[in-house]
Design a protein around this ligand. Structure first.
Ligand SMILES: [Zn+2]
Length: 74
């Protein structure tokens, strides 16, 4: 057997193995992406408490609305 032929055969086998690994990884990533990252319960107001009375955005540390003084939950 020619040495170049063996080298090419080995290279082809290596490429096939790498391709199989890459495809498998990509398929696993697709499965991970199929599950939503954020839950439907997540709030869109990041770090902010909406006043139930006037709708003012307050800091999540505030216990009272800065606009109308209504008590905030949490
Ligand atoms: Zn308010």
């Amino acid at each position: 057997m020619d040495q170049t032929y063996i080298l090419l055969l080995g290279l082809a086998a290596l490429v096939a193995v790498v391709a199989a690994v890459v495809i498998r990884k990509r398929m696993q990533q697709d499965q991970d992406e199929s599950t939503p990252a954020d839950s439907p319960y997540a709030t869109s107001t990041e770090g902010e408490k909406r006043c139930p009375k006037c709708g003012m955005g307050n800091m999540w540390t505030d216990r009272q609305c800065i606009a109308c003084g209504a008590a905030l939950k949490g």
